[in-house]
Unconditional design. Sequence first.
Length: 179
Amino acid sequence: MTRFLNAVWRNLVGDEEKQKFAKVEPITIPEALDRQMHRTIKKVAEDIAALRFNTGIAELIKLNNEITGMEIIPRDLAETFALILAPFAPHIAEELWERLGHTKTLARRPWPECDPAKLVESTMDLPVQVNGKLRDRSPLAADATDSRRPRTQAARAPKVVPWLEGKTIKKKLYVPRNL
């Protein structure tokens, strides 16, 4: 947990020893990261209510990993991260909150709202197998219902084509939203 909290500190504040400070700016959150943030808000709230603290922390670790390496951190993301970190690490979350420019405690702030529209994925990566082994992943609309399109798209995937050259396909399986 020390490594995780140090990584959070480096991402949102910076590394004082290396004189490298994080830039938190009021910019819009990239769509994929915004979706991840809303999934994290929902998952952590559910996990706290069900007393599954480890899985809530795991979601925070995933979100922190997505933030790692960003040149500029969106302010809304940094503030939301501090708020959902607070139940697990209140002292560090409070210090992050203060460093983000707030003068009042975060303890009285409401839990961040989760936007249900941002929880629905518009696309998904469909795993493509040949002879029972994963060969590639193909992007697909999440609401695809026609089974022919995913099959033809999977057969055209760059890493799958060499495995199909000169061979007769005996069986094509498509498991919607899965494989």
